[in-house]
Design a protein around this ligand. Structure first.
Ligand code: G3I
Length: 343
């Protein structure tokens, strides 16, 4: 046991972050489409972080500060300070801003919950919120996740939440897309969900919903595939999922990619093997996305820059799901993404 423990220790997080060669070319210089990452306003004040973001990425998504949990105060007022700071950083560096997210089951702020049961007043507040945010970043935001994570985790149907209860299961979605379109006719309007590559039932439900919304006249112009995956995801799953979603002919956004080492099963699989699998999965996703027709390449976004900043590290401090290590050094996964872009 000690021997195996020592062997595993040798394959800990550090083993993956040894620089394996010269500098990596800026990803955004290699891609004919935007390369995105999510950011937090406070991190952008860190010069080394800001430099790394500016070097490699051409589109920024607010990790949480453009969501209702930050922007909608209990008394119904909006706050724009941090969204504006992120937008200003992007603008100053010639980057696109991506709006994430308008309507999400996970965000039910008191200001909306406490609105009276009258549908009319709730609908007015709903429309006003969407118009205020999409309108504010009109001309800078390349697009918006209008509806986020509508499908139940088991793929059995649509989530039920404040928005669906007050404004209708499908109607609240169609409404949101129309109001967003009116606020910024040029923005790409997307729907976004996760585990599509690992849960066929969820993917099928997502495809059915997109068909229903398109038939209902919702002005959807893009489909988000979050791509939060685990290192034990079978090869080919990402490619099949991206290709399946692309069959709608709409723009595709790999919107939140990270590859968890810790969440990957297989106690018998060494960390080094899981890290190699992570590298392969990043390469596969980038290859599949880069193979799409140019008109369908919205953006390829990873969910964070340096490992320690990942949301997954809050769950398990030993996870290393991103392209850069804690010191901002290139990991093999980054080099694999670079190689996939050069092909
Ligand atoms: O930083 C503040 C801290 O100053 C404050 O004291 C504390 C009070 O609650 O909040 C802290 O902010 C937290 C923020 O993450 C930064 O760490 C928020 O509470 C917390 O809600 C927020 O969680 C984010 C989560 O979405 C909910 O918005 C995660 O960072 C973010 O990675 C995660 O991202 C989601 C996507 O939006 C949708 N797809 C899944 C993905 C992962 O869950």
């Amino acid at each position: 046991m000690l021997g195996s423990g020592l062997a595993l220790a040798a394959c800990g997080p550090k083993a993956n972050s040894q620089p394996a060669g010269g500098p990596v070319a800026p990803l955004k210089s290699l891609a004919p489409f935007p390369i995105g990452t999510c950011v937090r306003a406070n991190l952008l004040e860190d010069p080394s972080y800001a430099a790394l973001v500016s070097e490699h990425f051409s589109q920024l998504t607010a990790e949480w500060e453009m969501k209702m949990e930050y922007t909608v105060l209990d008394d119904g007022r909006f706050r724009f300070d941090r969204p504006d700071a992120i937008a200003a950083f992007a603008r100053s560096r010639g980057m696109r801003l991506f709006g994430h997210t308008l309507i999400w089951y996970a965000q039910e702020p008191p200001a909306f919950v406490n609105l009276d049961e009258q549908r009319a007043s709730f609908a007015r507040a709903y429309d006003n919120y969407i118009t205020a945010f999409v309108g504010r970043y009109r001309g800078q935001a390349s697009g918006w996740d209008v509806i986020n994570e509508p499908i139940k985790d088991d793929g059995s149907g649509l989530r039920e939440h404040l928005w669906s209860r007050r404004l209708g299961e499908i109607d609240h979605m169609v409404r949101a897309f129309h109001v967003a379109k009116a606020a910024d006719p040029d923005a790409v309007l997307l729907i976004n969900d996760y585990n599509l590559e690992s849960n066929p039932a969820k993917l099928a439900q997502y495809q059915r919903l997109i068909e229903r919304l398109l038939k209902a006249g919702a002005p959807i112009s893009g489909i988000g595939c979050q791509t939060h995956c685990n290192a034990d995801l079978p090869a080919g799953a990402l490619t099949r999922t991206i290709e399946a979603l692309a069959r709608f002919g709409l723009k595709i956004h790999v919107s939140e990619m990270d590859v968890s080492i810790v969440r990957a099963g297989g106690w018998f699989v060494s960390r080094e093997e899981k890290e190699a699998a992570q590298t392969r999965l990043y390469a596969e996703a980038m290859s599949a996305f880069a193979a799409l027709p140019e008109r369908q390449q919205f953006a390829f976004t990873v969910w964070g820059v340096r490992d320690p900043e990942s949301w997954l590290v809050k769950e398990n401090g030993s996870d290393t799901p991103l392209l850069f290590d804690g010191a901002g050094r290139a990991k093999p996964a980054l080099r694999a993404v670079e190689a996939a872009l050069r092909r």
